[in-house]
Write a protein that binds this ligand. Structure first.
Ligand code: SF4
Ligand code: SF4
Length: 480
């Protein structure tokens, strides 16, 4: 829904030079209500990002994606690779919820909660401002020849950027490896863990290049979400927009016949992607609301009402009534809800262990004298977050004899094991349709799992007179 109602023909994008090369953006500082809200959100999110690997639930970090061992711990839930199907519903649910949120409130995620925004605005730009001063000073110094002042400030800034990148890289890695392991790697020489060191160094370099140099280009060029903005929003979505009806024609404050916009360009210089919001919603707008605070500050100074640049829908800016319910919102919302409900109920209904009864390889039964034998394996997985004892119990039967060489086994969280089960029966006493019945249970925990499989044996020959005899002629596949 990108609008170009106020675009100036031939005007170049803010972060590009006339020849198409990159123009480094130096956004000016801004204060105001939305900036304060963002600061609070950034602080909370940085604390959450950094704390999650430290918070333990059920003996494991709140979020720990142990890719090496294909074990995943999420807020007390333990998952293995077989649970990957759950991720589909979770990701699609979250994805559609984000899409519904975009249809409702535009790119609020980008402006307030995306890690790129949170770390760039919360850490790196603050450091830059602290060492190199406000926008005008930074631009002047960059254009000036090399000097002692320039060298020490740049060196200090990049040294801190490098340290911050290392810190952010370690926070990132702590989601994929245990904290003990991470601290051990930090203490050891890189030669003792070259692969892990390579990952850490690579991620740190990427973080440094991103936050020190690439910055808004990640949102403009790499991130697919921003590209989708125009198809996800419509004229009733809340966006950040300029009220052209009220602001135009631009001109000096108080002059006859001019609108409220005094063309001070304050909304442009604070923009982290260097666009002019007065040209309408653009793909480059990351929804940071800096231009709202900037313009409100100007409106306060010239004694005009706030909100020349504001959160509003295109309908609202055009003076029309905004519709809240729209078919697309209902569709995105329903799809998001379906995904989240399926994921949540599937997570909630997961049992603390898995037990599957599998017939052992080889012939399905073995006849030995007057007895027939079936051999099974039970594959057990402890999906609880701690060490647990899993027990196999055979159902009492006067026809089938169960041999359980390993009736119980201790398994670490997400560990698995296979235990054998041998079942024998006398051919003379074996009833038709006999079934092997076992129960697997996690000691001290929830409902047991019933395991059942047919007991296979050679089928008896039926004579015309309806009688049976017990010759061991097998009609069962693979019988012996
Ligand atoms: S900050 Fe407000 S008054 Fe200044 S140019 Fe932007 S819209 Fe116009
Ligand atoms: S136009 Fe306004 S809201 Fe959009 S990125 Fe620029 S300053 Fe942020």
């Amino acid at each position: 829904m990108a609008s170009a109602s106020m675009a100036v023909p031939g005007e170049k994008q803010g972060s590009l030079q006339q020849d198409g090369s990159r123009k480094f953006v130096h956004p000016a500082d801004v204060t105001g209500r939305f900036t304060r809200i963002r600061w609070v959100v950034f602080g909370v999110l940085i604390a959450i990002y950094a704390a999650l690997p430290w918070i333990t639930i059920g003996g494991h970090p709140a979020v720990f994606l142990d890719i090496e061992h294909r074990r995943f711990y999420l807020f007390g839930g333990t998952f293995n690779a077989q649970d990957a199907w759950l991720v589909f519903f979770l990701v699609s649910g979250v994805g559609f919820a984000l899409i519904a949120m975009t249809a409702l409130w535009g790119r609020v995620w980008c402006g307030y909660a995306c890690p790129q925004t949170v770390f760039l605005e919360g850490f790196f730009r603050r450091v830059e401002r602290w060492i190199e001063g406000p926008r005008e000073q930074r631009i002047r110094r960059n254009a000036a020849p090399l000097s002692f002042d320039k060298v020490w400030r740049k060196s200090l800034k990049h040294a801190i950027f490098a340290a911050l990148s290392l810190l952010v890289a370690h926070i990132f890695l702590s989601y994929f490896t245990s904290l003990d392991q991470l601290f051990r790697w930090v203490r050891l020489s890189p030669t003792e863990h070259p692969e892990a060191f390579g990952w850490m160094a690579g991620i740190s370099v990427l973080m440094y290049l991103n936050f020190a140099w690439f910055r808004e280009q990640l949102c403009l060029i790499v991130c697919p979400y921003g590209r989708l903005q125009s198809v996800l929003t419509d004229k009733d979505s809340i966006i950040i927009g300029y009220d052209a009806k009220r602001g135009e024609p631009r001109g000096k404050a108080g002059r006859e016949g001019v609108g409220d916009c005094i063309d001070c360009k304050r909304c442009v210089v604070v923009c982290p992607t260097a666009i002019d919001i007065r040209h309408g919603l653009q793909l480059e707008c990351v929804g940071c609301a800096a231009c709202i605070d900037a313009c409100d500050e100007i409106m306060d100074k010239i004694g005009r009402p706030r909100g020349l640049v504001r959160y509003d829908s295109q309908s609202g800016l055009d003076g029309e009534r905004r519709r809240f319910w729209r078919p697309r919102l209902a569709l995105y919302g329903v799809l998001g809800l379906v995904g989240l409900i399926v994921a949540t109920t599937s997570f909630a209904r997961r049992t603390a262990f898995e037990a599957n009864l599998l017939r052992a390889q080889g012939p399905p039964f073995v006849v030995d004298g007057g007895t027939v034998r079936n051999t099974f394996n039970i594959h057990l997985v402890n999906k609880s977050p701690q060490l647990a004892t899993l027990r196999i119990v055979a159902e009492a039967s006067d026809r089938l004899d169960y041999i359980l060489p390993i009736p119980s086994i201790e398994l670490a969280s997400l560990a698995s094991a296979t235990v054998p089960v041998i079942v024998t029966a006398s051919l003379d006493e074996l009833p038709d349709g006999a079934h092997v019945k076992l129960r697997a249970e996690l000691v001290g925990a929830e409902t047991p799992r019933e395991l059942e499989a047919p007991f296979l044996a050679p089928q008896r020959e039926h004579h015309d007179d309806g009688g049976e005899h017990d010759e061991h002629e097998s009609r069962a596949e693979g019988g012996h």
